[in-house]
Design a protein around this ligand. Structure first.
Ligand code: CP
Length: 352
């Protein structure tokens, strides 16, 4: 299966394609961080960044990654460009596709990022919608690959997501099931993946997608409000209880729903296991879904590396989906040179 043009949903890709993007991320991370060699794979190219919602990590990662690759990023904040108002979404996408070399969009409605991709001649990357957060998935998989416990393979690992079925939770179910990992959601009834996630339009059976992935990969999915389900988890992950796309319903206070049972504190971490690592997509609301003690535990908290890995992984997504310029590293000596050339060759073969 040839790689599709846009990165909107990780379910559009095979396990091999996803892991090839990770290999490229790892090779470029080594080249830049260890050797100071910046592979200008998008020299003189322009990225258009549409943000209908606020962002720190995603915006900074795309912008700096584009600079690292020798290109330039343009930021369009809320209300600064037409997006399905007076001008149709298709017309905007067509024009942007003729002016830019690659686009990304963080949108209010998933169908808008799909519409941009359909109408644009250049690749569009989904920077988060109410449905999913696929660039977070690629960054988080990189963090997990770097922290696979000794003697295990990534496919042997369990990620336990604690709390609300946010789009990050749904996305983690997608990527874990794609790779063949074991995914657990420990969350209250009414806020579980099986309750429909955040997607309000074109409701889809989220669990059915994950289960179809598992059938192919050998992964498993467990959803429960019994804490027993997190025992033995290698990665304990949480997200805010009240996020960008949430609306409190019917007077229900999110604190009453989630606190204290679903707070990630040291007792919960120890219940998962003595070696379980903590992950969070950030931003975090300290004292609500996670305690200071867990977030700042230098032995167990991966959330800071995870934030940095957004950039390393987004660099690989831009180099994969953007209009690449040839790697010009003749006569340059860096330790991951062979690895980087092999990773790029693999991507090219998958795109052929
Ligand atoms: N994790 C994440 O997407 O962070 P931002 O909302 O700050 O981009």
């Amino acid at each position: 299966m040839a790689m599709v043009k846009d990165f909107i949903d990780s379910n559009d890709f095979t396990k091999e394609q996803i892991l090839a993007i990770e290999d490229l991320a790892i090779a470029m991370k080594k080249a830049i961080k260890q050797n100071g060699y910046y592979p200008h794979l998008l020299r003189n190219k322009s990225l258009g960044m549409i943000f209908q919602q606020v962002s720190t990590r995603t915006r900074l990662s795309f912008e700096t990654a584009m600079t690292d690759l020798g290109g330039h990023a343009q930021f369009y904040g809320p209300g600064t460009i037409q997006l399905g108002g007076h001008e149709s979404l298709g017309d905007t996408a067509r024009v942007m596709g003729s002016l830019l070399d690659i686009m990304m969009a963080r949108v209010n409605r998933h169908k808008d990022v799909q519409g941009l991709a359909e109408g644009s001649a250049v690749a569009v990357i989904n920077g988060m919608s109410e449905y999913n957060h696929p660039t977070q998935e690629i960054g988080d998989l990189l963090t997990m690959l770097e922290n696979v416990p000794e003697g295990k393979r990534i496919e042997d690992c369990t990620l336990a997501f604690i709390g609300d079925a946010t789009q990050v939770c749904v996305s983690l179910m997608f990527i874990c099931s794609k790779i063949g990992m074991h995914f657990v959601q420990f969350g209250p009834k009414g806020h579980q993946i099986t309750d429909g996630g955040l997607q309000v339009e074109n409701k889809v059976d989220l669990l059915a997608i994950g289960e179809a992935n598992c059938k192919e990969s050998g992964g498993t999915i467990v959803i429960s409000d019994d804490i027993e389900c997190i025992k033995g988890a290698d990665f304990v992950y949480t997200d805010v209880w009240y996020g960008l796309y949430d609306a409190e319903e019917g007077g229900e206070s999110y604190m009453d729903v989630f606190y204290p049972k679903y707070q990630v504190n040291m007792d919960l971490m120890n219940y998962a296991g003595p070696n379980s690592k903590f992950m969070h997509c950030l931003p975090a609301t300290r004292g609500e879904e996670v305690t200071d003690e867990v977030m700042d535990d230098s032995e167990r908290s991966l959330c800071w590396d995870e934030a940095e890995n957004r950039k390393h992984s987004i660099r690989a997504l831009l180099a994969t989906f953007g209009k690449r310029t040839p790697l010009n590293d003749e006569g340059v000596d860096y330790s991951s040179k062979e690895e980087l050339h092999a990773a790029l060759a693999h991507i090219e073969a998958l795109q052929a």
